[in-house]
Design a protein around this ligand. Sequence first.
Ligand code: UFG
Length: 324
Amino acid sequence: MRILVVGGAGYIGSHMVKMLLNAKHDVITLDNLSSGHRDAVLGGVFIEGDLADVTCLDHVFQQYQPEAVMHFASYIQVGESVKKPDIYYRNNVTNTLNLLDVMLKYDVKQFIFSSTAAVFGEPDYVPIDEAHVRRPINPYGRSKWMIEQILADYDKAFNFRSVCLRYFNAAGADPDGELGERHNPETHLIPLILQAASGRLEHIQVFGRDYDTPDGTCIRDYIHIVDLCSAHLAALNYLAQGGESDCFNLGNGEGFSVQEVLDAVQQVSGKSIRVIDGPRRMGDPARLVANAHHAHSKLGWMPNYPDLMSIVSHAWKWECKQVS
Ligand code: UFG
């Protein structure tokens, strides 16, 4: 198929482009390079452009006639979204509407949307299934929940079919070592600990040790980037075969604490890491763990790298390349 990957130069998007190319799809990447990297797009057509630029969008659809769209281009920092909700709603909501407008205009009605565990807010129970109430607690989560609701309405009104994939904690790197996480600034736990292990960072701060968890640190469900991408491929096949619009939680169903991640990085890297205990970070739920049974049964998706050690090992390989 001809797939338009919006945000294909970013962390998740670039791994997706590689997987789509390996699966022999034709790929068109659109990215404004605000946080992505041109050299992370390993093939296909690349267009530097912004979702705010409707003329550019029109041109892309007219020239390349994509049959399906994957949308990875959004702002992702929870804390920043609280301070700058305007740019979060403009980019994550308004710009997504621009994309949906042009898709409708060109009658492209297969859409895979990057959503997030943040649509659930503070969970009532874990593991979190799709039936769990959506009650986001910050503008980032609300921006994603708004698009999920818009997509449900578009389905009813326009027969516009979409799959919303709610990522828990995307982590790891391309096992071949060609791609990895390169956020600037980096805020995610695993790459930060790895940077502390490689010497790029002086220390890592643990945000709170007084949570109601066995070791007092927060528990998250880390999902390997390649598994995340294979879920998109499964979603693409599902839509291509006429599957109805749906939302899926994506994780391994197992949580690891911040301390367990620290231990795993020390084991994999063989380095000792300077750790400073800090206060809780605002808005961090104690536990976020996915129930991904719906994705297993309806998309036929199963993770290949569910263990934390392979997630950390692949990310460590990438980190070593950054400092060599
Ligand atoms: N943490 C630290 N120190 C750090 C960074 C993180 O202790 O320097 C802790 C956090 O407090 C949290 C855990 O490590 O408990 C994971 O934090 P991340 O920032 O790596 O990831 P989050 O769980 O906060 O966020 C992820 C995605 C968001 C998404 C959210 C869903 O990155 O985009 O999951 O709730 F919104």
